[in-house]
Design a protein around this ligand. Structure first.
Ligand SMILES: NC(=O)c1ccc[n+]([C@@H]2O[C@H](COP(=O)([O-])OP(=O)(O)OC[C@H]3O[C@@H](n4cnc5c(N)ncnc54)[C@H](OP(=O)(O)O)[C@@H]3O)[C@@H](O)[C@H]2O)c1
Length: 236
């Protein structure tokens, strides 16, 4: 059976690599971005709480009413210095939580309900090394959103495994995308590379290969697993 996949944040970076890798398999995949772009991609700004529902329904339409796999990849990494006024700090916190965590939860909820009617399905969440290690003082919210994603993944895995619904997460360290390039430039690239025993940041294709494995091949007993992709920069 050709699997039907919805993947978020596929316009660039890791998501673009995930979509490209999955397209080499026997699947039908619908991609997504925040803004209208290529015609095969659904636009939905996930900072809007109504967007996940609209996106899900649009993806179902494109995929003839069946989605077997959801990949929650879209995310932001925006700085929120604690020195800024309470109002703007709280706004930044809420925005990161909505896009990185709540939108993923909203999509996962719709996926679990849909998978029940199908008799099973898979969710793959793109979290971060920050979920376990924490992040910079500018990114409390980012680390918290990704830690929340891990808690959500494990809860879904435990709650619905008996119904054939499996959930996995990947935790990339620095990965060579626009997001990481900005961070490396702002924090001093050489020092950060010294912290990675592999001697380089991860490539989007390495994350994509892992996501493809979890989405299509991972044995059911792996449900709830969280896979690190960080060049041994954080081993746990
Ligand atoms: N790169 C890293 O070092 C790294 C490390 C650990 C985890 N991650 C995680 O990996 C995922 C992908 O990161 P990346 O580095 O590939 O990021 P990226 O290059 O900045 O791409 C982000 C993707 O998310 C989408 N997106 C951003 N804001 C959105 C919004 N408001 N609504 C809907 N979609 C939105 C973007 O769509 P547009 O093109 O329309 O903006 C784009 O497709 C993220 O969840 C990130 O937290 C990345």
């Amino acid at each position: 059976m050709t699997l039907h996949i919805l993947a978020t944040g596929t316009s660039r970076g890791i998501g673009e690599a995930i979509a490209a890798r999955l397209r080499t398999e026997d699947v039908r995949i619908v991609g997504h971005a925040s803004r209208p772009g290529d015609s095969g991609t659904i636009a939905a700004d996930l900072s809007d709480p109504s967007a996940p529902g609209t996106l899900w329904n649009a993806a179902l339409d494109r995929l003839d009413g069946r989605i077997d796999v959801l990949v929650n990849n879209a995310g932001i990494f925006e700085a929120a210095p604690i020195e800024q006024p309470e109002e703007s700090w709280s706004h930044a916190w809420a925005r990161t939580m909505q896009i990185n965590l709540t939108a993923s939860a909203q999509l996962s909820r719709l996926a679990v309900l849909h998978f029940r009617s199908l008799g099973g399905g898979r969710i793959v969440n793109v979290a971060s090394r920050a979920a376990y290690r924490g992040d910079s003082p500018l990114h409390w919210h980012y680390a918290a959103s990704k830690a929340g994603m891990i808690g959500m993944t494990k809860t879904i895995a435990r709650g619905y495994a008996a119904e054939g619904i499996y959930a996995f997460a990947v935790c990339p360290g620095f990965t060579l995308t626009g997001m990481a390039e900005d961070y490396l430039a702002s924090r001093g690239g050489d020092g950060l590379l010294a912290d990675i025993p592999l001697g380089r940041v991860a490539m989007p294709e390495e994350v994509a290969e892992t996501v493809k494995f979890l989405a299509l091949d991972a044995p059911p007993s792996m449900t709830g697993a969280v896979i690190d992709i960080n060049g041994a920069s954080y081993v746990r």
